[in-house]
Design a protein around this ligand. Sequence first.
Ligand code: WTA
Length: 651
Amino acid sequence: MAEPTSAQIDNVMREDRLFPPTAEFAAQAVIPSAEAYQALWDEAQADPLAFWDRQAQELHWFEPYSQVLDWQEPVASWFTGGKTNASYNCLDAHLGTERENKTAILWEGEPGEQRTLTYRELHTEVCRAANMLKKLGVGQGDVVSIYMPMVPELAIAMLACARIGAIHSVIFAGFSSEAIAERNQDAQAKLQITSDGAWRRGKELPLKPMVDDALDKSPSVEKCLVLRRTGSDVPMREGRDVWWHELAEQVDAECPAAPLDSETTLFILYTSGSTGKPKGIRHTTAGYNLYAKKTFEWVFDHRDSDVYWCTADCGWITGHSYVVYGPLSAGATCLMYEGAPNFPAEDRFWELVEKYQVTTFYTAPTAIRAFIKWGDQHVEKHDLSSLRLLGTVGEGINPEAWMWYHEKIGAGRCPIVDTWWQTETGGIMMSPLPGAIPTKPGSCTKPLPGILPAIIGEDGQPVGENQGGMLVMTHPWPGMLRGIWGDDERYREQYWSKVPHNYLAGDNARCDEDGYYWIMGRIDDVINVAGHRLSTIEVESALVSHPQVAEAAAVGRPDEIKGQAIAVFVTIKEAEASDALRDELKLHVRKEIGALAVPDDLRFAAVLPKTRSGKIMRRLLRDIASGKETVGDTTTLEDYTVLAKLRAEDE
Ligand code: WTA
C-alpha cells in the first residue's frame, strides 16, 4: 500500500463533530444567524473602511476624525485627526445612562474579601488615581510600569494612565526583578506602580522587594507608588516610594479625560518573539479601543444582564482587552478574582461561578486540562446553571478537553468560543460568533467581520483547501499593533517582510472545506507554555548567562496540562554535572525571567547536536525531549555519538 499523503493524514485527524447554537441562544444573540454573520462579513470585506467608519460612531469623539485609515505600509494610522479617550469610553460614557449605577467590577480576593465598584464609583477612583499620577510628575507620553496583583487598583491604574495620556506597561507579577528591570529600561519608564505583596495559594508573594531589586537597575524610574494589599511590612525608600492610600488623600476626585489624538500610544505590552529580547508591542488609543469593544460585544454576545468573567491576568493581552478595555467600553459587569484556581480547594472557580451567577466564562485550555485532572467531583459540587457562554484563548484546545468543557461546565447547552488572536492583534481575530456559527471542537472557526485572513505556502502563493501554510492578514484592522517600542526595523522585518503586503501572524494554519480555520502551531522558536508565550532563545540566553554554562538549547515538548513544557539541554564548562547544579540552573532561570520560564527538564550533554553549518538540530532535540524515536536523516550530525549520549542521559 502506498504511503498516505499529508492530505490523507489531515483527513484522519479531521474533527467532524459540529455543534450548532441552540435556537433559544440564537434567537437572543447579538449576531443571531449564519446569514447575519455572512452579511456583516461581506459588507466589511467589500468596503472595510466604510465598515469601520460606521462602527467607530460608537466611540466618544471630542473631535471627529478626518480619515478612517492612513496606510503607509507597514505603518497604520486609524481615525486620523480625531480625538477620543479610552478611559472616557470605559467610564464617562456610561454616566448619565442606566449603566451609571451598574456594577462594573465585582472583585474577590484570594482570602475571600469582596468589593464591588459601580461605573460611577470606578470613575471616581480612576479620576483620583489620575490626579495621583499627575502629582507624581507623570504627564502625556510618560511610561508607567505596573507590577501588581489582580486587584481593582490594577485596572484603576491602567485607566488612570489612559485618562491623562500616559502609557502603561503592565508586567505580569510572576516575572523576576531582572525581567522587570529589562522592560523598564527598554521603555524608559518614569513611574513604577506596585503593591506590598500579593496572595497566591495562601502565601504572600513579595512584590515590593522584587521591585526594589528591579529599580536598582531602572535608572529612568523616579518614583514608586505602592498599594497596600497584604499589609506586610515593606521598606519604603525615602524620596522615591509613596503609599497609594496616603497620596489618595491629597488629591481630589475630579479629573476630566484628556482629549487625545486617535494615535496616542495607549500602552506597551512586552511579549516574546523569536529572539532573546522581549518586544514592547505598542497599541494606540482609538483603533484599539474600538476593536476591543466591538469584538467583546460580538464574541461574548454581550447583554446587559450578563456577569462576565475572564480569568486572565491583566499582565497579559487578554487581561488588557477582555478584562479592562473591551468589557468596560461595552458597559459589562466583570468579575475579577485575585488568586489561584485551586485555593483553598480545586473548586474555587466553580464556587465563584455559582456565588456570582456568572453567565460568561472565558479561560485558557491549560486551565481546562488542569480541571479535568483534578476531577469532576469539584465541578459537580456546584450549580453552574447561570452559565450561558464559554470561551477559550491562548492556545489550541484539544477536542477531548473541548468536549469535557462542553459537557461538564456547559452542560451541553453553552456555545464555546475558541478565540484565536495575539498580543499584536489587540483583539480577537477568529472565533465562532456564538449565535451564528456552528462550532467544531479544536477550530477557531471563522474570521470576525473586517478581518481578512489568508494562508500562504512557502512559494508565497495562497494554498488550497485543507493545506497547511502561514497565516497572514491581507488588510489592516483597527486593533493591530502600531509597532515595536523603539524598534521600527524589527517591526517591519518580523511582521511585514516574509509575505509582502501582508501581516505575518507567525502561526501555521489550514482552512477546511467549510471555511473553518485550524491553527497548527508557530512557525518560529516561540513555545506556548500554559498559554504563555516564551521564546526558546530567551530561556537559552538566561542559561548561558550562568558562569558554568557553555551552551544551551531549549525546546518545547508536549505536556498534558501545560500544552508545552520546556526541555533544555545544557553543556557545562568545568563543573561536574550534578543534581545540585541542575537545581541551581533552574533557580537561575527563575531569577532571570521568572517562575513561568523554569525548565521542566534539564539535561546535561557533552555536546549539542549540530548541522555542519553549526545550527543546533532542534528537531532532533524536540524528539529526544518528547521521548520519541528520532526519525529522518541525521547524517548531517556533526558528531554521531552525541545522539547516543543524549539518549543515554534519558535512561
Ligand atoms: C496562540 C494571546 C490556537 C497562537 C491572546 C498565537 C492560539 C499566540 C489561540 C498568541 C487559539 C492564541 N488557538 N492558538 N484559540 N489563541 N493562540 O500573544 O500561537 O499571548 O500566535 O496572545 O498564542 O499569544 P499571545
